[in-house]
Design a protein. Sequence first.
Length: 350
Amino acid sequence: MDKTLLMDYINYLISEQTSVKMNQLILISAGKRTPSNLFLAEKNRLQALFNAEYDVHLDEWESILHKLVEKKYLQETEGLYTGTTQGEYRREKFLEENTIFTEVSSLEFSQTRKVFWGWFVFVSQVLSEIAFENSRYIPYSSNKEEQLRVKYWLKNQGKSVRELRKLWAEEFTAYMHDLPEVYRYLLIDQLVGFNKEGLTNRQLSEKYDLSAVELSIVMNHLMHLMISTHYNSDSLIGSLIKEVHQANNNGLSQSAAVTLELINKKWTIKAISAKRKIKLNTVKEHILEIVLVTQKLQSSFFIPEEVYRDLNGLFELNPSLSYKEARLALQECEFFWYRLIEIERMRSSK
């Protein structure tokens, strides 16, 4: 495969709308769930990078960013990297040649993308072995929760193993139909089943001439394609995606997921803080995480009506309004309220 993949991919991530420092790129890739990091990822349209945990060392980041600036694909000002017109042309060419790199517009499925393929391979193995009546086969996963959830998920489908296997194969074949041939074989080579052993990541890297990081990048986007294709469908694969997503707190941290459950029961911020014995600011950070990751909560629900109106009015007068300026104009203005409105307006302007 193209040995410039990693460099082209980083250029693909950093558009003309991006303004980000190298250490921020590293934090976004690491999936730090602070409200500021989540906001930064969405503001700079780096959802594809968030929580990907690509094993790119600091000196490699420095080297690649330096080369991209040298090629005039990026420009750097006081440590901030932004895409250029020349870089945009290169980006468009990259996307034409690599059709699997479709837009990732949400932070919600970052964890699900990372783990879903492991579940998929395990289900494929179970269906293959049982369908071939391998009486010696005992389904086993190193993750006990995953093993139990797959067992009950299969049972709850209400179909025979042969029916499930047929449907599974049909859906997977349909998904692969529009993929470039090399990626079809990349996926098939990883499957495990009756009398079939999948290739290890090292073997895949050697066979397809990909570094470990490049393999991770490709798999991340192949899983994004599969999830975006099936999540809102009634397909068997879609059902498994929902199961995996739920097992991973629907994209949230465990603590934020608990807070969301209480919000859905109409609990107030103060009541949640008292019930869970956590600080008010921690609950507010959870709400910002929920808003940024799931996009399921209305910002106005958490902001006094008068503040909501006045803050929006200030933003109308000055779209780049800072929190310091907002505090000077309004007697009471929590950063929590300011950031919620900032997120709301950022999304409405896209």
